[in-house]
Design a protein around this ligand. Structure first.
Ligand SMILES: NC(=O)C1=CN([C@@H]2O[C@H](COP(=O)(O)OP(=O)(O)OC[C@H]3O[C@@H](n4cnc5c(N)ncnc54)[C@H](O)[C@@H]3O)[C@@H](O)[C@H]2O)C=CC1
Ligand SMILES: O=C(O)CCC(=O)C(=O)O
Length: 417
């Protein structure tokens, strides 16, 4: 059962819920022991010649949770706070996302400790290529397939794909997803995470009997996930009353001009620094609204603010924005929480579509991608919501149960446990 400990690391919290989910599904100690940690974590040191001539050595990671179902899959983040524990937890969450969406993958995740906002494009290119050289033995289209995450984008995916193709001496578009369209990217990948979150908001509002055009939406984070989500909500007639970035938040109870904000944001999702009348991210989270979407970083909804939230629904676009204790509090308060491993699965779903298209060399239209994505997200929602209702468990535990079951069965069939 959950312990009211806010001090638990993301990995420790994840392990508690994994254990709970596997126990509820009838699996024993051996399975828990295997699946509570990644099977492999590689730490690399990447020397990069900086523009001023000196060499800086960056530390990076690639974690592979479990490959019983298929190759591992998951993004690479560039961020100063990247660390091994975080990457491990993120790789387990990727397994759960793939499990809920029924993709033929296990979870993987990578990261480099760096601040791309303080690096030139050429330095970023050298770092991206150096990372691929460092992990090349462990990754590949049938082993482990990276993708974008925090502060990485299609240009970085393009450099990484090019470097991998040079090492292997043949063009390897299926090595990485989230690429530009001209290099084998998929229609709809850039907006996929947000599209998936938007579908989850529709479903969650239905449960609450609220029409989308009456909904007031608050979005924390204005990068890939947050900005497109705000746009989709705005375009569907909902009122986006607040958005934020790393500098602060903008609030207007009559609704913000999202298109204007998107035009003015920088490539790292910062826009509030252009305005004077801002509020803090803490204040944003406590605004009265119908839907709160954390779409920035981890540990934003905690035991300190969970009692103060004034929303009916939380849809987690970010990975790990709500602590375990806060999950307990908001659930007890009757707030419907759509957990990250379900809500943000749109990114990896369209990454899967991209990989399938690369493997078959036949490309789909945007409408096809959107249709298939929507279907898979709704199927995931129904599955998790049904477990939540029939087993009487909270939505996070229900999602973990849905996410880990197939992997545990695959492990058993392979005879690993
Ligand atoms: N990009 C993708 O395909 C997917 C992303 N996610 C998750 O969504 C979240 C956001 O990812 P992206 O939008 O890709 O990242 P991004 O780097 O494009 O944008 C991050 C946004 O969060 C803001 N931010 C950073 N630190 C903050 C802080 N301390 N307080 C408030 N805002 C802060 C940034 O200013 C920026 O607006 C992450 O948790 C990521 O793992 C999940 C699934 C897929
Ligand atoms: O697109 C992918 O393969 C992974 C996206 C990702 O890193 C995530 O969902 O957290």
């Amino acid at each position: 059962m959950y312990e009211p400990k806010e001090t638990l690391s993301m990995l420790a919290s994840t392990q508690i819920v994994i254990e709970d989910a596997l126990t509820k599904l009838g699996f024993g100690e051996d399975m828990i022991e295997l699946l509570k940690d990644p099977m492999r974590v590689l730490t690399v040191r990447i020397p990069v010649r900086m523009d001023d001539g000196h060499v800086r050595v960056f530390k990076g990671y690639r974690a592979q949770h479990n490959d019983a179902v298929g190759p591992t899959k998951g993004g690479v983040r560039f961020h100063p706070d990247v660390n091994e524990e975080e990457v491990k937890a993120l790789s387990i969450w990727m397994s759960l996302k793939c499990g809920i969406a029924n993709l033929p993958y296990g979870g993987g995740k990578g990261g480099i400790i760096c601040d791309p906002r303080k690096m030139s494009l050429r330095e970023l290119e050298r770092l991206s290529r150096g990372y691929v050289r460092a992990i090349s033995q462990l990754v590949g289209p049938t082993k482990d397939i990276p993708a974008p995450d925090v502060m990485t984008n299609s240009q970085i995916m393009a450099w990484m794909m090019d470097e991998y193709s040079r090492i292997r001496e043949f063009d390897s578009p299926g090595f990485i997803t989230g690429k530009p369209l001209v290099l084998g990217g998929s229609h709809g990948r850039e907006t996929a995470t947000a599209r998936g979150v938007a579908v989850m908001i529709h479903e969650a509002l239905k449960v609450n009997g609220i029409a989308l055009h009456d909904a007031r939406v608050v979005v924390q984070g204005f990068g890939n996930a947050g900005s497109f989500l705000a746009k989709f909500m705005h375009d569907s007639g909902a009122k986006v009353i607040a958005i934020s970035d790393v500098h602060g938040a903008l609030y207007n109870e009559d609704g913000l001009d999202i298109n204007d904000l998107i035009d003015r944001r920088d490539s790292f999702g910062a826009v509030t620094n252009l305005f004077k009348n801002t509020i803090s991210n803490e204040q944003l989270l406590e605004l009265e609204c119908d839907v709160l979407v954390p779409a920035a970083i981890e540990n934003q909804i905690t035991a300190h603010n969970a009692h103060k939230l004034r929303t009916k629904v939380i849809v987690e676009a970010a990975n790990g924005p709500t602590t375990l204790e806060a999950t307990r509090i908001v659930t007890e308060r009757g707030i419907l929480l759509i957990p990250d491993v379900l809500a943000s699965a749109g990114g990896v779903i369209v990454s899967y579509f991209e990989w399938v298209q690369n493997n078959q060399g036949y490309y789909w239209t945007e409408a096809e991608v959107e249709h298939k994505l929507r279907e898979m997200m709704i199927r995931g929602f129904n599955q998790v919501y049904q477990i939540h209702e029939t087993k009487g468990v909270n939505m996070r535990l229900a999602a973990y149960m849905a996410g880990v079951q197939k992997m545990a069965q695959a492990v058993q069939y392979r005879g690993w446990v």
